[in-house]
Design a protein around this ligand. Structure first.
Ligand SMILES: Nc1nc2c(c(=O)[nH]1)N[C@H]1C(S)=C(S)[C@@H](COP(=O)(O)O)O[C@H]1N2
Ligand SMILES: [Mo]
Length: 538
């Protein structure tokens, strides 16, 4: 071998694996692009990343999920999907390199991923058809074909074609490959994959347009039982305090849906059936609109909310009283001899949420909500219909995108979160939060406004106290109460002296119970303890 030939050979040695890896990544892109396109013909939730992500969410141990919610907040889903894509990219790289030696084996490897996607998609709780397998399967076939063809271009040819690097190398080195073929095929595959992906995305969002149109057409009737105006003193004008009503755009969102379900209100149905339901019914959205609507302010809280955390929000809801509907269907609460003690709500995305029938029928305003802060429910918050129950954490009451209500017993059925180690019954714990000053703030010495919110839904807040360092508990000023189902603002003008200080808050609810200082984790039935904020007064 001449030196020239050796150099060319060396370049080929790294070039082939690199291009093999590129081929693998291109095969991955082709799979995902084509899968996205096919999912537009099936449903967006059947796409492989969403399906595998959903399966991952369902199998994630409660503690890890809780950790993810805590650290990534509402970005937890983005992080998950990026993680899946990163894993896929890694496998694709490896498959591409393997395919250089084992061309068919590499292609078969791509198909194997398709099977994982297909199995995930068809075993999702909201999957009703085997067609959910199609995006993964067709995508994988496309990916396998791309890998097979591209790697074919990289195969050594005898007699030689052009060696890598372009310079004609005179006599055959025996290590040539179809450079021109690869240089044409690879960008073509990339462009076609991107095209399929973009087209799929576009079609998917066009499919959601029916639901969007149905939402735009909703005109919420005047409620027969309107909520009283929020008392003027309920919202304090203190910079940094949570607004009394949480705007829809700012309302926390916690759910397992990687793709927000877009439900068409015109085809939506709600079935009520099960134990002790003497007259099962199926209701349309218009059936609900025609009923007597009530409007109520209710503060929602997530069980994953840590002490001092953000997963609590207050909105004005419009809906139908669930107790009336249940009574009409012949349902009796257990205390009146009814055979069902648990109501299981099912959503279009397969979530199941169980609530005590007794609580739903005890006179509180348990709602099938259609409206949130003056508009139809936003899609992310459950359009067209969700449940909202004062006093119960969201995971045991607030089913979004609801489609089915089954009366059963706690013994007979464990809903989604209960299967994963969370409590069967979970009333909201009495809690309070310091909104301002923020942790590690540096206020000036003098009067510093300490303020925040406290909640004990359906019991009401009677007292909030603040403690500075190890000093005595001092009563904060309570804002006017809206209802006992809403949170209550409070403020405390603190005569702050220079130096480092710890501010702690505690609330007392109307049953006289003082917010406990016993720390509990969010699992299984909600965090407890007291919120403190450390500040340095300058
Ligand atoms: N379909 C569905 N409904 C759901 C959930 C879900 O994952 N899927 N999460 C529940 C939980 S844990 C909470 S705290 C509330 C949150 O409602 P929001 O996202 O409107 O704030 O929705 C509840 N309803
Ligand atoms: Mo929650």
């Amino acid at each position: 071998m001449t030196d020239d030939e050796k150099q060319t050979r060396q370049r080929l040695d790294w070039a082939r694996p690199t291009l093999g890896a590129c081929s693998g990544v291109l095969a991955g892109l082709a799979s995902l692009g084509v899968a996205e396109l096919v999912s537009a013909a099936v449903r967006p939730q059947a796409g492989p990343v969403v399906a595998v992500g959903g399966a991952a969410i369902d199998r994630t141990p409660a503690a890890v999920k809780d950790w993810a919610i805590r650290h990534f907040g509402t970005n937890d889903k983005l992080v998950l999907q990026l993680g899946i894509l990163a894993m896929l990219a890694l496998f694709a790289l490896v498959l591409g390199i393997v395919a250089l030696r084992f061309r068919r084996g590499g292609a078969a490897g791509v198909l194997l991923f398709g099977i994982v996607g297909a199995v995930s998609a068809t075993s999702r709780p909201d999957s009703t058809s085997l067609s959910d397998a199609l995006p993964s399967v067709v995508g994988a076939i496309a990916g396998a074909a791309v890998l097979y063809v591209l790697v074919g271009r990289l195969a050594r040819r005898v007699p030689s074609a052009e060696p890598l690097g372009g310079e004609r190398n005179g006599p055959s080195s025996g290590a040539g490959w179809d450079r021109r073929g690869f240089v044409i095929a690879a960008p073509a595959a990339a462009a076609a994959s991107a095209g399929a992906g973009v087209l799929g995305r576009t079609l998917n969002s066009a499919n959601g347009q029916n639901a969007v149109a149905s939402r735009n057409k909703v005109v919420l009737p005047r409620p027969a039982s309107p909520a009283a105006a929020v008392p003027r003193g309920a919202g304090l004008r203190i910079p940094g305090i949570s607004p009394f009503v949480t705007a829809n755009a700012d309302f926390y969102r916690v759910d397992t849906a990687l793709v927000v379900p877009k439900v068409d209100a015109r085809t939506w149905r709600l079935r009520i059936h099960g134990r002790g339901v003497r007259r099962p019914v199926t209701l349309t959205f218009d059936d609900l609109l025609r009923r007597e609507l009530v409007e109520r302010d209710i503060t929602l809280t997530c069980v994953s909310n840590e002490v001092g955390g953000p997963y609590v929000g207050n909105a004005r809801w419009i809906g139908v009283r669930l107790a009336d509907l249940l009574a009409e269907s012949g349902v009796k609460p257990p205390s009146k001899g009814g055979p069902a003690d648990q109501l299981v709500a099912r959503s279009v995305d397969g979530m199941t949420i169980g609530s005590p029938v007794e609580d739903l029928m005890d006179g509180r305003d348990a709602l099938l909500a259609l409206g949130m802060n003056g508009e139809p429910l936003p899609f992310a918050h459950g359009f067209p219909v969700r449940m909202v129950v004062p006093g119960l954490y969201g995971f045991v009451s607030a089913c979004k995108w609801i489609k089915d209500i089954e009366l059963t017993t706690f013994d007979a059925y464990d809903p989604y979160w209960v299967k994963r180690g969370w409590a069967r019954e979970a009333p909201i714990k009495t809690e309070s939060r310091i909104d301002t000053p923020k942790p590690f703030a540096r206020p000036k010495a003098g009067t510093v406004m300490v303020a925040g919110v406290a909640w004990a839904q359906h019991r009401g807040i009677d007292k909030v106290e603040v403690r500075v360092d190890d000093g005595p508990w001092q009563e904060a000023r309570l804002a006017t109460e809206d209802t006992r189902d809403t949170w209550r603002q409070w403020s405390f003008p603190w005569q702050a002296a220079k130096g480092g200080h710890t501010l702690t808050v505690r609330a007392t609810d109307r049953t006289g119970a003082v917010q406990t200082d016993k720390r509990a984790k969010t699992i299984p039935d909600g965090a407890s303890g007291r919120h403190s904020v450390v500040v340095t007064v300058d």
